[in-house]
Design a protein around this ligand. Structure first.
Ligand code: GDP
Ligand code: IMO
Ligand code: MG
Length: 432
C-alpha cells in the first residue's frame, strides 16, 4: 500500500532554536503542518519581508496560504490565548478557519491552571523552574491524572458542570497554598475563547493525519520547546511537561513510529536557555553579553533575557541520538559573524575524568572542554548560496558534521524567511 511519511522538525537544545522559521520555510513542500505537543509556552517567531509574527499554539505553516494546519492531541490549548493569537493573525492575513483543524483530544488549559502554575512556583523555597507561567505543568498534570478537560468536551451538554468541578478542585488547592482566587475577569474571557474555538473544525486529528498519509498528502510535524526540555530525557526537573522529542510526535499526533520520515533537528550555532536549570557552557562574561545582544536573545513569550553560551556537542549528540535526527538545521550562524574564534564544547570534565556522554545530572562540578575554531569574520547575512560561504565557515560546518555524524542540511543566516540556505540537493519525495 502506498503510504506517505511524516517529517518532523524539532529543537535539539533548550528551545528557541528557530524552529518556527524553519517550519515556515519548509511548509510549501508539504500539504499540512501539525503541532504535536506543548502549548502557549512556545513562541515561534516568523519574519517575512518586513513583518514579524509570533505563533504560540497555531502551527508555523499558517502563513503559507496553501497549507493545512493541525493542532494535534498532544497540545494543550488555552482558549483565551488561542483567540488572541488567531484574531491577530486573521487581522493580518487571510481567514484560516477553513484550514486550521483542532484535535478534540487536545487538553484545555483552564484559568486556574495558570494560577496553579504561579502558586506552585512561588511555593518552592528552592529549585524554582522559571516556567512561562502559562499553566502548562498543571494542565498536563491533570491530563496524566485523568481529570483534565479536552477540546471535544466543549461540545458536550455537561461541559459547564465539568468545568465548574475542575475549577473548584483547583481553588481548593490554591487556597491550601494561601493563594487568592479572583478569576472572574479571566474566566469571562476564557469562556469567550471557548465559544471562539467552535468557529474551527474540531476533529479527530489522528484520523485526519492518517487519512492524509494514506491519500499521499505530505505532513510536516512541528515540535515546540527543545529536546533538553523533554520531561523524560531533558534536564529534569528543569524541563517542560511534555515529550518534546521525536517520540512525542507519535503520541501527540496518533501516528505509528513507522510513519516517521525525516527528522530535522534544529540547533543554534551557539546555545541559549530561558529559565532555571543546568547549562554547562553558559557564559557570564562579555562574550555572553555579546551573544545576547547580537542574537537579540529575549524570550518571545515572556520577554525574559535568555542565558547564552557556546554550543554544546555533548548535549547535541545526545539529542540527535534520542530523536534519530537525519538532517541538521543550523540557525543564527550570523550572530557569530564577527567573532575571532568560536568555542565548541566537545566534552565535559570533572576532576581528571572526561565525559563525552551526558551525565545523569549536571551540576557546577562539570566543566566544558572546548575546541577553538577560527572565526570567518564575514557578514554572511546577505548570502544566498552555499558556494558563497567563506572557507572558515565551511571548516566549522565540516567540524560539526564530523563530530555529530549527521549532515547539516540547512543553514539560516538571519531571521527572515529569505535568509535560508539549503545545502544538499533535494531528493524527490516518494510515496512508497
Ligand atoms: P523557536 O521557538 O524555536 O521557533 O525560536 P524563537 O522564535 O523563539 O527564537 C528564535 C529567534 O531567532 C527569533 O527571533 C527568530 O526570528 C530569530 N532567528 C531565527 N533564525 C535566525 C537566524 O538564522 N539568524 C538570526 N539572527 N535570527 C534568527
Ligand atoms: P519554544 O517552543 C524556551 C522553558 C521555561 C522553563 C521550562 C518550563 O519557543 O522553543 P513551562 O512553562 O513549559 O512549564 O516552563 O521550560 N520553556 C521554554 N524555553 N523555549 C520554549 O518554547 C519554552 N517553553 C518552555 O522557560 O524553563
Ligand atoms: Mg521560542
Amino acid at each position: 500500500m502506498l503510504y506517505m511519511k511524516v517529517d518532523v522538525i524539532l529543537g535539539l537544545q533548550w528551545g528557541d532554536e528557530g524552529k518556527g522559521k524553519i517550519v515556515d520555510v519548509l511548509a510549501p513542500d508539504y500539504d499540512a503542518v501539525a503541532r504535536f505537543q506543548g502549548g502557549p509556552n512556545a513562541g515561534h517567531t516568523l519574519e517575512i519581508e518586513d513583518r514579524k509574527y509570533v505563533l504560540r499554539s497555531i502551527p508555523s505553516g499558517i502563513l503559507q496560504e496553501d497549507t493545512y494546519n493541525i493542532i494535534g492531541s498532544g497540545v494543550v490549548i488555552d482558549p483565551l490565548l488561542f483567540k488572541e493569537e488567531a484574531e491577530a493573525l486573521m487581522n493580518d492575513c487571510t481567514d484560516m478557519t477553513n484550514r486550521l483543524f483542532i484535535s478534540k483530544k487536545a487538553h484545555l488549559i483552564l484559568p486556574t491552571h495558570r494560577l496553579l502554575d504561579a502558586a506552585y512556583e512561588s511555593a518552592k523555597k528552592t529549585g524554582r523552574i522559571g516556567t512561562t507561567g502559562k499553566g502548562i505543568g498543571p494542565a498536563y498534570g491533570d491530563k496524566i491524572g485523568r481529570c483534565g478537560l479536552r477540546v471535544g468536551d466543549t461540545l458536550e451538554p455537561d461541559f459547564h458542570e465539568r468545568y465548574e468541578a475542575a475549577k473548584l478542585r483547583h481553588i481548593e488547592i490554591l487556597k491550601s497554598l494561601g493563594q487568592d482566587c479572583d478569576i472572574a475577569e479571566l474566566e469571562k474571557k476564557w469562556m469567550e475563547g471557548i465559544a471562539y474555538l467552535q468557529k474551527f473544525s474540531l476533529v479527530d486529528s489522528e484520523y485526519v493525519i492518517n487519512d492524509y498519509l494514506a491519500d499521499c498528502y505530505s505532513v510536516l510535524a512541528e515540535g515546540a520547546q527543545g529536546t533538553m526540555l523533554d520531561v523524560d530525557f531533558g534536564s529534569y526537573p528543569f524541563v517542560t511537561s511534555s515529550n518534546t522529542m521525536c517520540g512525542g510526535c507519535c503520541t501527540g499526533l496518533g501516528i505509528s513510529p513507522r510513519s516517521i520520515g525525516e527528522v530535522y533537528g534544529v540547533f543554534k550555532a551557539y546555545c541559549t536557555r530561558v529559565g532555571a536549570g543546568p547549562f554547562p557552557t553558559e557564559l557570564h562574561d562579555e562574550t555572553g553579553e555579546t551573544l545576547c545582544r547580537l542574537g537579540n536573545e529575549y524570550g518571545s513569550v515572556t520577554g525574559r533575557k535568555r542565558r547564552c553560551g557556546w554550543i554544546d556537542l555533548v548535549a547535541l549528540r545526545y539529542a540527535i541520538m534520542i530523536n534519530g535526527v537525519t538532517c541538521l538545521v543550523m540557525t543564527k550562524s550570523d550572530v557569530l559573524d564577527t567573532f575571532d574564534t568560536i568555542k565548541v564544547c566537545v566534552a565535559y570534565k570533572r576532576g581528571d575524568e572526561t565525559f563525552e556522554r551526558l551525565p545523569y545530572s549536571i551540576d557546577e562540578s562539570y566543566e566544558p572542554v572546548y575546541t577553538e575554531i577560527p572565526g570567518w569574520k564575514t557578514d554572511m547575512s546577505g548570502m544566498e548560496k552555499e558556494d558563497e560561504f567563506p572557507e572558515e565557515f565551511n571548516a566549522y560546518l565540516d567540524f560539526l558534521e564530523n563530530e555529530l555524524e549527521t549532515p547539516i542540511y540547512i543553514v539560516s543566516v538571519g531571521p527572515n524567511r529569505a535568509q535560508t540556505i539549503r545545502r544538499y540537493d533535494e531528493e524527490e519525495d516518494e510515496c512508497s
